[in-house]
Ligand binder design. Structure first.
Ligand code: SAH
Length: 220
């Protein structure tokens, strides 16, 4: 793990980012302090580290992306976790979203289809001492039946529709936040609440995510 880019103005950059997020309507102080605690520069390649606190999505390996901080904050806020929550994340990617949620829940289970991304994310979790994250390589479109049910599910890749098997892995009263493709590359962030006798769906925000792809990725 390379050392942090500490230095000039890093704290200032984080404070600026928090102000940008507040201005855009992120009002949950617990979410903002979780964002403050996770050094996003460690989750991107060194060549992008100087942009780590810009409110922008950035490329990571395997053609994937680390989401824009606003979208991470928005999804985390919409997920309404608390320290008793068992959370499933699908699409570990860099591990940034999982790290943020780990400060706001009891345990995070995260699945990534690229082994190499997972290995790097795992190294970041170890380095930061985030011991309440369990991350594996696998096909997250099937959820994680052995660990189900979950209080919360967060999907960070766009699905064609809300996967029924994931809804089934939610506890009653559980919440899922998932980007769903409406048409072409138009996606909307959807919040699902599983109630005893029905499933409530709310469309929240237009977003742009890489697609949820079935199966574990083949890597050279
Ligand atoms: N949460 C990540 C965002 C990563 S982008 C972060 O904070 O950096 C979405 C990720 O979802 C990609 O890494 C992609 O490989 C992964 N993904 C796509 N389909 C998947 C699937 N079926 N199972 C697990 N991961 C998947």
């Amino acid at each position: 793990m390379r050392p942090r880019r500490t230095g000039v103005g890093e704290t200032e950059q984080i404070i600026k980012l928090l102000m940008v997020l507040r201005r855009q309507g992120i009002s949950d102080n617990d979410v903002l302090s979780a964002i403050e605690r996770v050094p996003r520069d460690l989750f991107v390649a060194e060549s992008f580290a100087s942009h780590a606190y810009d409110d922008k999505a950035l490329p990571i390996e395997c053609g994937q992306t680390i989401s824009q901080p606003y979208v991470v904050a928005y999804m985390t806020q919409a997920l309404q976790t608390n320290d008793r929550c068992k959370v499933l994340e699908i699409g570990t990617g860099s591990g940034y979203q999982a790290a943020v949620v780990s400060y706001l829940s009891r345990r995070v289970y995260s699945i990534e289809r690229y082994r190499s991304l997972l290995t790097q994310a795992q190294a970041r979790f170890d380095h930061l001492g985030l011991t309440n994250i369990t991350a594996v390589t696998g096909d997250g479109s099937k959820g994680w039946p052995e660990q189900a049910p979950f209080d919360r599910i967060i999907v960070t890749a766009a699905a064609a529709e809300v996967p029924e098997n994931l809804v089934e892995q939610l506890k009653i009263g559980g919440i899922m936040v998932i980007p769903v493709t409406i048409s072409g590359n138009v996606q909307t962030l959807v919040r699902i609440i599983r109630q005893e006798d029905r499933v409530v769906r709310e469309d929240l925000l237009p977003v742009r995510f890489v697609p949820l792809v079935e199966g574990v990725a083949k890597e050279l």
